[in-house]
Design a protein around this ligand. Structure first.
Ligand code: ADP
Length: 171
């Protein structure tokens, strides 16, 4: 499995699966979530509504992941994962690691080969970029052993600062 880095917009990635930094409601939001729904069109929200009407009636729990269509995006699936809100009082790193692990597990079930991740929880949810990069890279490397179909994990960072932080963590 290759781990690659791109500076850019996650909605422009031609990959099998794009990971969304969603919120528990699955009803859209700002940041990555907003961009994915804007560019992917209404089919994604429709699929999310169906999940809310069925299996995830109470919303998607933090740290879990679920796939829908990617609508008009140049991808086959969107994998929605809910990152933890950063807390200075409580260590929630395991939940952030779980987002990466669970998203890759779902990607593997779909037999996706290429998966693009944003820096989950580093926007509205306030996680410091360097710590988030450390957790993300470690979680992806740890998942490598259990994932069979995924050949590329691509971190897509929105700006140069985030890109440099991830590049330093990857070595
Ligand atoms: P969260 O709610 O999990 O913090 P956000 O979507 O607010 O998620 O932000 C996650 C990260 O994604 C932030 O670092 C933000 O700068 C970045 N980001 C925002 N829009 C995009 C985009 N279109 N493509 C890639 N990264 C993005």
């Amino acid at each position: 499995m290759d781990i690659t880095l791109v500076k850019g917009d996650i909605t422009a990635q031609a990959v099998d699966a794009v990971v969304n930094a969603a919120n528990s409601s699955l009803m859209g939001g700002g940041g990555v979530d907003g961009a994915i729904h804007r560019r992917g069109g209404p089919d994604i929200l429709r699929a999310c509504r169906e999940l809310r009407a069925g299996r995830y009636g109470r919303g998607l729990p933090t740290g879990l992941a679920v796939a829908t269509t990617a609508g008009l995006l140049p991808a086959r699936w969107v994998i929605h994962t809910v990152g933890p809100v950063h807390s200075a009082a409580e260590d929630r790193s395991h939940l952030l690691a779980s987002c990466y692990r669970e998203s890759l597990r779902v990607a593997d079930e779909l037999e996706a080969a290429t998966v693009a991740f944003p820096a989950v929880s580093t926007g509205i949810y306030g996680w410091p970029m360097d710590d988030a990069a450390r957790i993300a890279v470690a979680a992806v490397r740890a998942a490598e052993r259990s994932v069979t179909s995924v050949t590329e994990v691509r971190f897509v960072l929105f700006d140069s600062a985030a890109y440099e932080v991830f590049a330093a963590r990857l070595g």
